[in-house]
Structures are given as C-alpha cells and as structure tokens.
Write a protein that binds this ligand. Structure first.
Ligand code: SF4
Length: 231
C-alpha cells in the first residue's frame, strides 16, 4: 500500500494514502512522496495503539488494492474505522460498508456546475459527468452509516448561491464540515489567485447557518480555529 503518512495522535490513528484519480489543481497530497507498507504492518502499527479510532484518508484510499483486506483486518481487531473518499468508487464503499463506522465524502461544488467541477478536479467533461453520477451513488451508500460531508469553500464555486443548490444533497448526512480554503498550508496550494485564507470567517459562518437547516451539526474550520454549530 502506498502511504503518505501514518500517525497516532489525539485519539486517532491516521492512515494517509498516496495517489488519486483526480487532479485537483490546489491539492498538496498528490505531490507528496509515498512509502510502501503492507497490510500486516499497518494492522500491527494500529494494534500497538490504545485508541480504537482509525481514519483512512490521504489522497484517495479507494484506489489501494489492499484497502478492503486492511479494513476487514482492522475491523476484526476491534477498530472503529472512518473511510474518506472523493466518491468515485462507490463499489469499494459498498464493500467496505459492513466493516466501517462511517464515511467522509467530499462535495466540491453543486452537481449541476459541470464546468466548475471540471476546473476543481482537473478532469475532462466526460469524466466529470461520470464522476458526478458515481458521487451520487456513493452518497446513497454512505448515508447508511455515519457520514460527514466535507466541503472546501473556494468562493468562486461555493458561496451562498451555489450552496443553496448543494443543500438537497446534504439531507440525511450526519454532519457537514466547511473548510476555509488556504487556512491550512498543509492542505492547499494557491488557486484562482487565493494565497490567503478565503472566504472571510463571517462568510463561512453564514454558509454554516444555511447548512444547519439540513443537518444536525456543522463544523467550521479556518483561520479562526474551529467552531461547531448545532441545532
Ligand atoms: S483534493 Fe482530494 S480528490 Fe482532489 S486530487 Fe487531492 S486527494 Fe484527490
């Protein structure tokens, strides 16, 4: 398995995989070096930790051919697994469903904004349209468990107008995380001329309040830290 990082901190083992089937122009992770680990090595690492929580993220975990054996093994050893994905592989999410506690899926922009999603993912029109259908399938699967929808707020694509078109897709998610673009240099490369955290924190809060109409909890993450909005 190709790993960017493996860590055990703050009550969570984080397995960050390398490689992705998208080419998002602001993505840090697809440029990071990877190291090979076996399933047994990762399971052994996790077994030494006292925490039961395992987050499988990175770039895109569902591309790893050993992902399902890893998930089954971690589940068998009593771990509580959260699997993050861009949603392009609903078949993998379906197979992982019995063994995971929940999912984190990313929505990049409204599904009717094909041009915007093409810019955000670096994919062709044909591939983008295919991805949007696959993401719909992934959302249906993931909503059978705990689901956090992760939205990177880049103002040209996610704003009050476009959020109103994203809202129907958020129904039945457990929570939504709104992340202020460029607020964590470990996550983002500059894009569309944005070198600083954007949009302003108050705009993130406004979007959070809109989203709270659809889900019980919204987490805001940005240059002011973290804020949880609850119903
Ligand atoms: S931002 Fe996410 S979906 Fe896009 S290339 Fe990076 S890991 Fe893949």
């Amino acid at each position: 398995m190709r790993l960017i990082d493996l860590s055990d901190a703050k009550g969570q083992i984080r397995v960050e995989f390398g490689g992705c089937n998208m080419k998002c122009p602001y993505c840090v992770h697809i440029h990071q070096p990877v190291k090979q680990w076996t399933v047994d090595e990762v399971v052994e690492y996790a077994g030494k930790s006292t925490t039961e929580n395992v987050y499988l993220g990175g770039a895109e975990p569902t591309l790893q051919k050993d992902l399902l054996p890893l998930i089954e093994s971690l589940h068998g050893s009593g771990k509580r697994i959260i699997l993050k994905s861009n949603g392009m592989k609903p078949d993998v999410l379906e197979k992982a469903l019995p063994f995971v506690y929940g999912f984190v899926l990313e929505i990049k922009a409204p599904g009717d904004d094909v041009k915007g999603v093409m810019e955000l993912t670096g994919m062709s029109e044909e591939r983008t349209k295919k991805y949007l259908k696959l993401l719909d399938e992934s959302m249906v699967i993931a909503k059978q468990k705990w689901l956090r929808v992760w939205i990177r707020v880049i103002p040209e694509y996610v704003n009050e107008e476009t959020m109103s078109r994203i809202l129907p897709d958020l129904e039945d998610a457990s929570e939504v995380m709104l992340y202020q673009f460029m607020s964590n240099p470990d996550f983002d490369l500059p894009f569309k001329g944005h070198n600083e955290p954007t949009p302003e924190w108050n705009e993130l809060k406004r979007l959070g309040k809109m989203v709270l109409e659809k889900v019980p909890r919204v987490r805001l993450v940005g240059d002011r830290g973290k804020l949880v909005l609850q119903k």
